[in-house]
Ligand binder design. Structure first.
Ligand code: IVH
Length: 684
């Protein structure tokens, strides 16, 4: 092949490879098998090495060219790269439209809404259709020359002429002009790169934006190429008689750039609809977006509207609630799951992420903590995206003070103090006591039940979910939960999560008898709890914290417990044991921290109308439940018992009574019916 034949062939190859590149990287259409494209590229590179003087800078073989740089050159931007003012709500957005409409007479425009990509802003300079310079935004006036790295991005056209002749932009693209846009990395690519990092035992990258920015702001173009970055254009800085920003996007597309779907909206209502839609689609977009840019579509208004500081008035950035925030780890606690697995959980300073407050995140296991090197006291990046449970992504080690504490898995189970085992080769440590974990769930279900803390909407299924996701380990944890902690669980949405957290908070003040009952101390049923509360009311009064209560319990010896009416030897021992346990003590401290307040009944029970009277209920009553009736009896100083004896004062008989009614007749105990009972209980 002679040189002129080679030149023809090279030109054809370049044009066709460029077309396939455009189809694939800009239009997302695969129009040729990978291997076939490789073979075209191979032929081109063979020819070029045979005729080196035929190599041009826009050849596909020249994307990754040159050695790593020593440092970047500074570049002054022709026109300042501005920033945008942020709005965080639909109200603020409305205010902006009203504000700017007042600034010009006869304002008559519409708005263009486009996704705001979360990447690195760059500027590309084209001279006679060739990409000659690429720079970062820098401080807006001066950036860094990152041409070598930007050339490795396949979505950046190196030459605007080699595209399909159908593209109208060709004529316009003469002279020198600038295209601005965002360098991004697709979620898919990001996941792939992180998977490779993990495989190599290296730390993962925190988010696509940092990885994209880091890849451009380093000196080796080979490394930049290996990241498979992407470029999306949003602005062209030239006087091309373009009337609207929407046309600007169209022009960019015609020139061979990738640009995202935009929406033309007539008013705030339409903008809001577009934003709602975008918010829905957001997770499924190929790139990370942090909001939307809303601008006055008609460019003739841009200059008259002017600037405030560094930002133009004609556009604003509407920011979605951040999905990644930083917070501090206050503690790492161990939770015992339903299968006995001990899971370390990060307790964090509550932060708002993705619109709701989050306070805890599972750290999975010891290996995971070691891999991320998470320590108590660390500042971390916390992510909560879409339906995904909040996770600690990365530690900001540069913020360490030296006071951070490493986490050590305890040797004893925090619930039952049995040995903790971790079988060879397994990531999970477990409590060796099979009876430990099953009971934990029952204990929690009991804790939220009607006669105890009575938390609306917290049934067995919810407790299961909270346990399975390591959101609670003990009852006190319930009171630390935030909406964002539970919102990502199955069958929860923000509203139901809100309801649950409100229901829990509504129970922070509780009567002493309910509190004692809720602890699930062996043999302490409702009636005993009531008797204990009566007994304690002679020693304490008013409203106290669980820690205060604990101090009082400490002062009572075994015999005293056992002598309380309705208590006895076995029950007294059980209470005494509980009051001596460190688990009980820790729980009380945690309850106190959670803000639990206990109200003590007045001690003057002897003056109450039903003092000394014992009731037994049997059968169903029409207008009240047995629990309600029994609790009323206690409130009035009486006792509610489940079995009839000669000491019983009243047996209340409802519909379909059981054998207790017969027993009452046998023992000549007074039988009354619903109406009479309600009279006695002051319930009419
Ligand atoms: S500005 C007239 N559009 O947000 C409208 N900026 O600009 C001018 N950004 O760091 C368009 N996506 O890099 C515009 N679609 C988009 C954008 C966008 C992301 C970034 C940009 C800069 C900041 C403010």
């Amino acid at each position: 092949m002679n040189k002129s034949e080679a030149k023809d062939r090279i030109d054809k190859l370049k044009a066709s490879i460029n077309q396939y590149r455009y189809d694939y990287h800009v239009l997302n259409k695969s129009t040729i098998p990978d291997a076939a494209l490789d073979s075209l590229k191979h032929e081109l590179s063979q020819l070029e090495s045979q005729f080196p003087d035929l190599i041009t800078s826009d050849s596909p073989t020249q994307r990754v060219a040159g050695q790593p740089l020593k440092q970047f050159k500074k570049v002054a931007h022709q026109k300042r790269m501005m920033s945008l003012n942020d709005v965080f709500s639909s109200e603020e957005l409305g205010d902006w439209t009203v504000r700017i409409s007042k600034l010009v007479s006869h304002a008559n425009w519409d708005y263009l809404v486009e996704p705001k990509l979360d990447g690195l802003a760059v500027s590309l300079i084209y001279q006679e259709g060739q990409m000659v310079l690429g720079a970062t935004r820098g401080d807006g006036r001066v950036g860094e020359d990152v041409t070598q790295n930007l050339r490795t991005i396949e979505a950046v056209p190196l030459s605007l002429y080699r595209l399909d002749s159908r593209l109208r932009g060709n004529d316009i693209a003469r002279g020198r002009f600038e295209v601005r846009g965002e360098v991004v990395i697709s979620r898919k690519n990001f996941a792939k790169i992180n998977a490779e990092q993990t495989k190599k035992g290296l730390p993962v990258y925190a988010n696509p934006r940092n990885l994209a920015a880091g890849s451009i702001r380093q000196l080796d173009p080979k490394l930049a190429a290996s990241r498979h970055l992407d470029f999306v254009a949003y602005q062209v800085m030239a006087d091309f008689d373009i009337l609207t920003h929407a046309e600007e996007h169209q022009l960019l597309r015609n020139l061979g750039f990738k640009s995202l779907d935009v929406g033309e909206c007539r008013d705030v209502r339409e903008i809001r609809d577009f934003l709602d839609d975008l918010q829905q689609k957001r997770e499924h977009l190929p790139y990370q977006t942090d909001g939307a840019v809303i601008s006055v579509n008609q460019k003739s208004y841009w200059e008259p509207l002017g600037f405030v500081g560094k930002a133009p008035r004609y556009a604003v950035a509407y920011k979605f609630a951040a999905e990644e925030v930083t917070t501090k780890i206050i503690d790492i606690q161990v939770q015992v799951g339903r299968t006995g697995a001990l899971t370390p959980v990060a307790i964090m300073e509550p932060v708002v992420v993705a619109g709701t407050t989050v306070s805890r995140a599972t750290l999975h296991n010891q290996d995971e903590i070691a891999r991320k090197d998470v320590r108590i006291g660390d500042t971390v990046i916390l992510r909560k995206a879409g339906d995904v449970i909040p996770e600690v992504v990365q530690v900001l080690t540069e913020l360490r003070t030296g006071k951070e504490k490493k986490f050590v898995m305890p040797e004893k189970c925090p619930l039952c103090e049995s040995k903790v085992v971790r079988p060879e080769g397994e990531a999970v440590a477990r409590c060796a006591n099979k009876n430990c974990f099953g009971q934990e769930k029952e204990q929690l279900v009991h804790f939220v039940s009607r006669a105890a803390f009575d938390v609306d909407g917290a049934g067995e299924a919810v407790i299961d979910q909270l346990l399975d996701n390591d959101l609670i380990g003990d009852a006190a944890d319930l009171f630390f939960l935030k909406v964002g902690d539970v919102e990502a669980l199955d069958r929860f949405a923000q509203k139901s999560a809100d309801n649950l957290i409100t229901a829990i908070a509504a129970r922070k003040t509780i009567a002493l008898n309910r509190f004692l009952y809720s602890l699930g101390i062996r043999h302490v049923g409702e009636q005993t709890a009531f008797a204990l509360a009566q007994f304690l009311s002679n020693k304490v009064s008013g409203e106290i914290t669980p820690t205060d209560l604990w101090h009082h319990l400490q002062k009572i010896d075994l015999e005293t417990w056992q002598e309380i009416d309705d208590v006895g030897v076995v029950v007294g021992q059980s209470i005494f044991d509980y009051a001596s346990s460190s688990i009980g003590q820790n729980l009380m401290q945690k309850f106190t921290k959670a803000g639990i307040k206990i109200t003590i009944p007045s001690p003057s029970t002897h003056t109450l109308p039903l003092t000394g009277k014992t009731f037994v209920f049997t059968g169903e009553m029409a207008s009240l439940t047995r629990e309600e009736a029994e609790s009323k009896v206690r409130e009035l100083g009486g006792k509610a018992s489940s079995s009839v004896s000669a000491k019983t004062d009243y047996v209340v008989v409802g519909e379909n009574p059981g054998s207790k009614a017969d027993k009452a007749r046998e023992l000549h105990v007074k039988i009354i019916y619903e109406k009479e009972a309600k009279n006695l209980l002051n319930m009419v």
